[in-house]
Design a protein around this ligand. Sequence first.
Ligand SMILES: NC(=O)C1=CN([C@@H]2O[C@H](COP(=O)(O)OP(=O)(O)OC[C@H]3O[C@@H](n4cnc5c(N)ncnc54)[C@H](O)[C@@H]3O)[C@@H](O)[C@H]2O)C=CC1
Ligand SMILES: NCC(=O)COP(=O)(O)O
Length: 323
Amino acid sequence: MLVLTQGDPAGIAPEITIGAWQALRNQEPAFVFLGAPELLAGRVPVQLIEKPSQAQAVFAHAVPVIPLKLNTPAVQGQPDSRNAESIITSISEAVRLVQTDAATALITNPISKDVLKQAGFAHPGHTSYLAELCHTPGEDVMMLAGPSLRVVPVTVHVSLKTAISQLSPELIIKTARTTAYDLRHKFGITSPRIAVAGLNPHAGENGLMGTEERDIILPAIKTLQNEGLTVTGPFPPDTLFTPQARKNYDVALCMYHDQGLIPLKTLDMAEGVNVTLGLPIIRTSPDHGTAFDIAGKGIADPSSLLAAIRLASTLVHNRKTYS
Ligand SMILES: NC(=O)C1=CN([C@@H]2O[C@H](COP(=O)(O)OP(=O)(O)OC[C@H]3O[C@@H](n4cnc5c(N)ncnc54)[C@H](O)[C@@H]3O)[C@@H](O)[C@H]2O)C=CC1
Ligand SMILES: NCC(=O)COP(=O)(O)O
C-alpha cells in the first residue's frame, strides 16, 4: 500500500489529494492519506483506519485516512507554523511505515520550507530529511522526471553563489553514479545515457567564459566514462534541452537547481514528478509546491500528484523486477 503524506494543510495538498482519490478510486493504485481527516471530510467520504493494510478494502468508497492532529485549524492560503509538527510527523511516520514494510512507498504532498524553518526544521525540504530518516545522510539525489525529460540537479536548495562553490568532481561523480544505479534498478534502463550540462555560457568555450568545465566537470566525466558509464558533455546548457538534443540522453545532469527545473517545469509541469534517488525507500512527489496563492479556490490541478502516485507504484514493481 502506498502512503500519501499530509503536506502543508494550508496549501493545495487537501484538494489535490481529493482529486487524486476521485481519479483513482475505481482503479489502482490505492493509497492511504496520513494526515488530519478534517482536511478532506465533508468534501469526499473519509474512513479512518489504523494501518495501511486496511486501506485497500476502503479505497473504492472512501479516502482511507490514518489520522493526525493539527495544532490549529488550517486556513487555506494562510500557512501557520504551529502546524509544522503535524507536517513533519506525517513525513517521519510515513517513512517508518515504509521501513517496517507496512507500506511500499511514500508520496509526499507539498510542504513550505519557509513555514517549517520558522518552526526550527533544519532541512531545506523533504529530500535531505528523508536521507536522515533512512540513516543515509548525503546519499540522496533529487530527480525530476516528466514525459519529455528527466533532470538531476547536482546542487539543490542553495544560493547560486553557494551552488558554484559546492561543485566538485567528487560531487558530480557521486551524483552520476547514484543516478545511473537507480535508473537501472528502479526505472529498468539497462545502460542509462547521462548528458552533463556545463555551468557557464557555451560550456565555458575553452575557458573564455569560465573554467569550471575544464577543471571540475570534464575530469568528473572522464572518471565516469572510465567506469563504463555512458556519460557525455559538458554541453552548452542553452541547447541541451532542445527536442533534438533530448533524444540523445535519458537524464540531464544539471549543475544547479534552476538549470534543470526550468526546462522540466516548462515542458512537463502538469505531469512532472520529483523522485528521490539513492535511498533504500521509494519516494515520489508532485513537481510543484504548496501554491498558497490558489489554495482553496478549487482550481488546483491534481495531475502531478496523480503522476507521482502512479510512478511510485511503477517503481515498487520495477524494483522487484530489476534488482
Ligand atoms: N515537493 C515540495 O514539497 C515542494 C515545495 N515547494 C514549496 O512550495 C512553496 C511555494 O513555492 P513556489 O515557488 O511558489 O511554487 P509553487 O509550485 O507552489 O507555485 C508556483 C505557481 O504554480 C502554480 N501551481 C503550482 N501547483 C499547481 C497546481 N497543482 N495546479 C495549478 N497551479 C499550480 C501556483 O499557483 C503558482 O502560481 C515554497 O515554500 C516551496 O518551498 C516547492 C516545490 C516543491
Ligand atoms: N524544487 C524542488 C523542491 O522544492 C522539492 O524539494 P523536496 O521537498 O523534495 O526536497
